[in-house]
Write a protein that binds this ligand. Structure first.
Ligand code: GLA
Length: 361
């Protein structure tokens, strides 16, 4: 049972940023859950229902039933709605960039498919979506031993199998690239088409492990390059093309280092884009255990690190417009083994919840 006498997360952080979470279309029919949602959150992302494969399975075939339901609910409840996501290596139908056998489509066909998809999807909700995660997870996880080489294009995903490097859009755009062109050109096109079919939406690039050195440099250089290319474009509209950097923030107690998050925020805030924390969860248990209750020490550490991160977000709130948590309680999380949320599986507020609330005086 949710306790709605607890302080509201979004009201607590109102002066700093909006606070969001994820929903499924079915959850919107659960009145008790939605009462909790409206108590704590003022922005919303669809957990899966607005991913590419959820809206289109074949050329010209679209199913907007679930997305429509979420868009309508967000409008009726005055939620800031995030469109998640358009151009991604995962959870996307083959027709966009691959043949049936998995080989890449020719560049021109992939580009035409990208435009058709974005026109149909983004165009349908034009004016109703606050921001789009236009491109999700474009960069590889680099081993980190060699220094960043200064060329963001070298760090784009472009493999067919390795889950940490799969990049179907890159491979298709490379298939038939002419002089001066490369697989990396899909990035500009994705943002260009999103701007074209919903000029009001704020366009984000969204990434995980986004605070690690190679990725953070590649992201910043990519954002600056695409924005420079847009400034020189005949249709330049006086705005940035990539207007936001989404930091997924899937943290864990082994690798997360608050100083590294600070370093990323410092770099990102210099690009002139907005920043959002887009999918935050913070695991503490071991990966091998199912639903793992935290020890008192782990609970304390989870509270301290949440508080340190939220304090950082408040410090950078001139740049951060939204903090979205990827799960409402430990029981329903995709990383439930690590008890990653502010509420436990019985919906009781954890130490981490009280720790972040007490940051705001
Ligand atoms: C990525 C995606 C999310 C979601 C999570 C796992 O971070 O951006 O949409 O799929 O993985 O739930």
């Amino acid at each position: 049972m949710w306790d709605l006498t607890l302080p509201s997360l979004c009201a607590t952080f109102e002066k700093y940023f909006t606070v969001g979470n994820i929903v499924t279309p079915e959850e919107l029919d659960d009145a008790e859950l939605m009462a909790m949602y409206k108590h704590h959150y003022n922005s919303v992302t669809a957990e899966n229902a607005m991913k590419p494969e959820a809206v289109s399975s074949a050329p010209g075939v679209y199913n907007f039933e679930h997305a429509d339901k979420i868009v309508k609910w967000a409008e009726e409840n005055k939620m800031m709605l995030v469109g998640h996501t358009l151009v991604w290596h995962a959870q996307s139908a083959k027709w966009l960039n691959r043949n049936e056998d998995g080989t890449p489509l020719p560049r021109a066909q992939a580009k035409a498919n990208m435009e058709a998809f974005i026109k149909e999807y983004v165009g349908r909700y034009s004016g109703k979506i606050y921001s789009w995660d236009v491109v999700n997870e474009a960069f590889i996880d680099s081993s980190g031993s060699e220094p960043y080489n200064g060329n963001w294009r070298d760090y784009l995903r472009r493999e067919t199998e390795n889950p940490r490097a799969v990049g179907h859009w890159y491979l298709a755009y490379a298939n038939g690239a002419g002089e001066g062109e490369s697989g990396a050109d899909y990035m500009f096109d994705a943002f260009y088409f999103a701007r074209k079919y919903d000029p009001k939406a704020i366009l984000y690039f969204n990434e995980y492990n986004e605070e690690f050195p190679h990725k953070r440099h590649a992201i910043v250089d990519m954002v600056n390059d695409l924005n420079a290319e847009w400034r020189a474009h005949p249709e330049y509209d006086g705005r940035l093309l990539v207007e936001g950097i989404g930091m997924q923030s899937h943290h864990n107690h082994i690798h997360t280092d608050v100083d590294r998050v600070r370093a990323a925020l410092e770099l990102y805030s210099k690009t002139g884009t907005k920043i959002s924390i887009t999918e935050m969860d913070f695991t503490f248990g071991s990966e091998s255990e199912p639903a793992n209750p935290l020890s008192p020490e782990e609970s304390k550490k989870q509270a301290e690190t949440h508080a340190a991160l939220f304090a950082l977000f408040m410090e950078f709130s001139a740049h951060i417009e939204r903090v979205t948590l990827w799960g409402k309680n430990d029981g329903q999380s995709w990383r439930k083994w690590g008890s990653p949320h502010l509420f436990d599986e019985n919906c009781q507020a954890k130490e981490a919840f009280h720790a972040i609330i007490s940051l705001v005086k």
